[in-house]
Design a protein around this ligand. Structure first.
Ligand SMILES: Cc1cc2nc3c(=O)[nH]c(=O)nc-3n(C[C@H](O)[C@H](O)[C@H](O)COP(=O)(O)O)c2cc1C
Length: 165
């Protein structure tokens, strides 16, 4: 899959909005992810409000780049009614990677900014979104048209592969 080998973390964005149709396509890709027992423990906030985006960018020392994105997607983890609650964060990781790959395929850029499992970041993002009882922020994904480009780093390392048989 070509996008896997093109995806890079983009932290600088053009001052240009992301079309609604593209956001819908990103959400379709997000929800196409597999999950444990098909529990689909996800909800997504799509944030375009500048004040809320500013608050999100201040939720961790490593989230500053969100401030200049036209949109920030916040995949969130439902914490009630799950068949496999301990696997919830793994499910959210997969949907977040799907978002990054779909963004790449649409000519957009973005980056995964860690929220979970850091409790203080979760609390700050939950507060900015007005959630937090049964739903918690998992990560931030600022999205926009890239204002930076570079080839993906080649991390292929044969010595990490161990054949048995
Ligand atoms: C779970 C996870 C958490 C990350 N958190 C941050 C973060 O908080 N801030 C940031 O700038 N980048 C973050 N990144 C992006 C990584 O720094 C980036 O993926 C890594 O340096 C490799 O670069 P590449 O994505 O361009 O291949 C995160 C990536 C992952 C997968």
């Amino acid at each position: 899959m070509n996008e896997i080998f093109k995806r890079i973390s983009v932290r600088k964005f053009e001052d240009r909005p992301v079309e609604d149709g593209k956001l819908t396509q990103i959400m379709k890709a997000a929800m196409a992810a597999p999950s444990a027992g098909n529990q689909q423990p996800w909800e997504y906030y799509i944030v375009r409000d500048r004040e809320v985006i500013k608050k999100l960018s201040e939720c961790s020392p490593y989230a500053g780049c969100a401030a200049n994105a036209p949109v920030v997607i916040v995949p969130c983890l439902r914490t009630e009614g799950l068949t496999f609650p301990r696997i919830g964060q793994i499910d959210l990781s997969i949907t977040t990677e799907n978002i990054l790959l779909e963004i790449t395929s649409l000519g957009l850029g973005g980056v995964w900014l860690a929220v979970m499992p850091e409790e203080d970041r979760v609390q700050k993002v939950d507060a900015a979104l007005g959630i937090g009882e049964k739903l918690h922020a998992f990560a931030l994904v600022p999205v926009g048209y890239p204002a930076e480009d570079r080839p993906q780093e080649d991390r292929y390392d044969e010595t990490r592969i161990h054949y048995i048989g």
